[in-house]
Ligand binder design. Sequence first.
Ligand code: ADP
Length: 227
Amino acid sequence: MIVLDRVTKNYNNKSPALKKISLKINAKEFVVIIGKSGAGKTTLLRLLTREERQTSGKIVVGGIDYDKLKDRNIPMLRRRIGVVFQDFKLLPNKNVYENVAFALEIVGKTNAQIKKTVPRVLEIVGLTGKEKSMPAQLSGGERQRVAIARSIARQPKILIADEPTGNLDPKNAWDIIKVLEKINKYGTTVLLTTHNQEIVNKIKRRVITLKDGQVVGDHAKAEYKHT
Ligand code: ADP
């Protein structure tokens, strides 16, 4: 479970990027976070991955109180949280298989574990058969699938997808949402940020709206209607 209790983030002396945000997100939930540019979405995600520290308030993720988290335990925390971005961040000189395998190599997985895991995650994202393709040979949607495969290979408890459909056309965008829903069905908590109004309207999930660093909407599943 993710708990934020009156969390404020102040980068400088200007208006805080987040103002006393309180939120509870259950394990295995799928949550969409929306809001205009500057609303505080990225800041919220960066607090969760501990790239930034809150100015005040409490953050507890999977029982870990971020105030008590030691620096040496941050890598362990980050392994529990997978992240995918709008711009994919693939290694251009490695093929699909190698991109995913590399994420496992750097955390010390054995060759046997890698050989078992990579085909499995490529299957989940629908890329079986593309193992040898280089990123430049793939469509945007396929590249995002590689990025997702890489992030789930370490079996994170939480998957953060920060505008994963930002560079994709509507068909590919929706396919990526379907992949995220599949991963969620297997038991991973998914936090998705998006600007894509069509996705927001279509998706039957909890939608949290941020505005000027505050939660101004929190609507469960199908009841959500954007006005
Ligand atoms: P969003 O992701 O919704 O566009 P952000 O979290 O990026 O919003 O930004 C929220 C506010 O915090 C904005 O006013 C932005 O200018 C400010 N901000 C974000 N990152 C930094 C930073 N590293 N230093 C200073 N201000 C920042």
